[in-house]
Design a protein around this ligand. Structure first.
Ligand SMILES: [Zn+2]
Length: 166
């Protein structure tokens, strides 16, 4: 039996593979996600915003939809969501509504360019911490460097056509 840290690294590597696969798709940020319950993948995906022309098709939402379809229910209690990048406000709230028990992410807000996040003065993680549920736990920085390498670094001069949130 693996300890928790090894388990997190194992699943984050899985999310990284999803991210790299997604990065190959046109117009998609390379963000990957996997949702695991009882040692089994119940949903996974990568960012499909450009692919689907759907602003809500973030990796986490794609994975949650698949998990819901797989379980035939929207509640993902007891599941852990792994994402290569700190979830945005939308995905953070969706995790709350889905009753996901634990959120683990790789690169955090300080590791990447601002354009990946929606607010200049608020941090998504504060939204999660302030949410009405107090049984969602957070774990940041699993394989953070490997994950951050997929994204533009803080302060990078990004070509206009590759900016998504400006
Ligand atoms: Zn998101």
């Amino acid at each position: 039996m693996r300890d928790k840290e090894e388990t997190d690294i194992h699943w984050m590597r899985h999310a990284l593979r999803n991210a790299r696969e997604g990065g190959a798709a046109k117009g998609c940020n390379p963000i990957g996600c996997v949702i695991v319950r009882d040692g089994m993948v119940i949903g996974e995906g990568h960012n499909e915003v450009g692919l689907r022309r759907d602003a809500t098709a973030h990796a986490e939402i794609v994975a949650m939809r698949r998990a819901g379809a797989f379980l035939r229910g929207a509640e993902l209690r007891g599941a852990t969501l792994y994402s290569t990048l700190q979830p945005c406000g939308m995905c953070g709230m969706a995790s709350i509504w889905a009753k996901i028990g634990r959120i683990v992410y790789g690169a955090g807000r300080g590791d990447v360019h601002d354009m990946y996040f929606e607010g200049r003065h608020l941090n998504t993680i504060d939204i999660l911490r302030d949410a009405y549920r107090d049984d969602t736990s957070l774990c940041a920085g699993v394989l953070a460097q490997e994950c951050a390498a997929l994204y533009f670094p803080p302060g990078a001069d990004i070509p206009k056509e590759r900016r998504y949130n400006c």
